[in-house]
Design a protein around this ligand. Structure first.
Ligand SMILES: *Cc1c(COP(=O)(O)O)cnc(C)c1O
Length: 459
């Protein structure tokens, strides 16, 4: 499989190149040249365990020998606290897909435990080195750090918005003291961090000189790894329910997680609806309801990993929605950068019949956490609660609902306490953070400051 840029001004490249590059040299996101149709394989796939299914899906997209893929994937998911990796739990009228069994208790571990090993593998094959630059609104940072800590010939630089991630998220990142891990607290918002990162990646000389790589959800390997649990959960729930289609509700920030669901649907997984759930930062919900994609200010919410306005993966979706026309994508994204708004014309009153979308405010999140705890004894984290709240508005009798549980509630104990009035969101991994020493650099939200820091600490 070769990878192309959605902006259309880069030569196609192989999988390993695409993974190391993150973004294409023309500034576009990389996507596979074509999306394989797997409909004929689904009957067999529904019997596979998680890691075997991951190997099959991976092999469709990656030019790495199967004998190397297998141990990498097994090793990645051996760090999870359940062999099932992503268990599906029926709760009330929905199915909760638990994606938080990795070392940092958030769904990003599913991709990043694997990506860290993939990076190490590629770097070893090429006799290269790699400096990873990441921007995080909370969970990506710790998951990325845990994915690459201690790995050879890889350094990682993680920018997070200073004091705008939860105390536990901050501690998870800054308490990793491996010498190849560099935490940077940027005095600005997540969008500032992301803008700095994108701008540095656009400087191809700098990127080459320091072999910069990306772990943000722009990295294709992350989208690929996330497809697996859509197939895994979707095929299981279809089998048990006898339904012919399922729905997925996805709490969304950067459009990375739900994009994997979109690819799964394009590959032939029978998904009736993708339910895109946002918090008050609802640019994507507004888009899917009106066709207008218009930036506004980031507001802080109970679900900080979704406090994002400009979703970095949205362009990949836009590419398909615009009929796979790079010139059109380029034109719209340039207009968006200039004016902060673009519009996609509706078809039959909708942007896309596959997507429906709503947002959840603070009261809805708290109420949803309280209700699921009181009625079902199920404790949701505030991100998952956004998805569940919106899912409830799109229930269909003939299509089972799978809600992606993106974090363990113990990562967000304050919100849980506010909702249920008791201090019950606990996990031994979080308890163990208390008292750990930390290391972090606070820098202004200026590109030059970040560049200087990278220059003096690159491997
Ligand atoms: C990152 C994150 C999300 C949002 O995922 P995107 O891929 O950015 O849409 C939702 N919930 C949690 C807990 C997260 O860490």
């Amino acid at each position: 499989m070769r990878y192309i840029s959605i902006r259309g001004r880069t030569e196609p490249m192989g999988f390993s190149h695409a993974v190391l590059a993150g973004l294409a040299p023309d500034g576009g996101l990389l996507i596979p040249e074509h999306v394989p149709d797997v409909s004929a394989r689904l009957a067999r796939w529904k019997r596979l365990d998680y890691t075997t299914l991951a190997e099959e899906i991976f092999r469709l997209y990656a030019d790495i020998p199967a004998s190397d893929v297998k141990p990498m994937i097994r090793d990645a998911y051996s760090s999870f606290d359940t062999g099932e990796v992503a268990p599906v739990i029926p709760v009330g009228g929905i199915h909760v897909l638990e994606l938080f069994h990795g070392p940092t208790l958030a769904f990003k571990d599913v991709a990043l435990q694997w990506l860290g090993r993939l990076f190490e593998y590629i770097v070893r094959q090429w006799g290269a080195r790699l400096n990873i630059l990441a921007a995080t609104s909370g969970d990506t940072g710790s998951a990325a750090i845990y994915g690459v800590r201690g790995r050879r010939n890889i350094n990682i630089f993680v920018m997070h918005p200073y004091r705008r991630v939860s105390p536990i998220q901050e501690k998870q990142m800054t308490s990793v003291l491996d010498p190849n891990v560099f935490n940077i607290a940027v005095q600005g918002t997540f969008d500032d961090c992301q803008a700095i990162m994108k701008s540095i990646f656009r400087d191809l000389d700098f990127k080459l000189r320091y072999s910069l790589g990306a772990v943000n959800s722009v990295n294709w390997a992350r989208v690929l790894a996330q497809m697996v649990y859509y197939f895994y959960a979707g095929l299981r729930v279809l089998e048990h329910s006898g339904a012919s289609q399922v729905r997925f509700a996805v709490p969304t920030g950067n459009f990375g997680d739900i994009l994997a669901g979109y690819y799964a649907a394009r590959m032939g997984l029978p998904i009736g609806k993708l339910i895109l759930a946002t918090n008050e930062n609802d640019i994507l919900a507004r888009f899917f309801n009106t066709g207008e994609y218009r930036r506004s200010e980031v507001v802080r919410t109970l679900s900080p990993a979704m406090d994002i306005q400009v979703a970095s993966n949205f362009e990949r979706y836009l590419y398909y929605r615009l009929g796979e026309d790079p010139a059109h994508v380029r034109e719209l994204m340039e207009r968006f950068d200039r004016t902060g708004e673009i519009r996609v014309p509706l078809r039959a009153g909708t942007v896309d019949p596959l997507f429906v979308s709503r947002s959840a405010d603070r009261a809805a999140i708290l109420d949803t956490i309280r209700r699921y705890y009181e009625m079902h004894g199920c404790l949701l984290d505030p991100h998952t609660a956004v998805g569940v709240f919106v899912a409830e508005q799109f229930q269909a009798v003939d299509q089972p609902m799978i809600c992606l549980a993106t974090a363990h509630p113990a990562k967000f104990p304050e919100a849980v306490f506010e909702a249920v009035g008791r201090d019950i969101a606990r996990h031994p991994v979080v308890d163990a953070l208390r008292g750990k020493p930390t290391r972090c650099e606070v820098l202004p939200a200026e590109e030059q400051a970040i560049r200087d820091y990278i220059t003096s600490h690159a491997c």
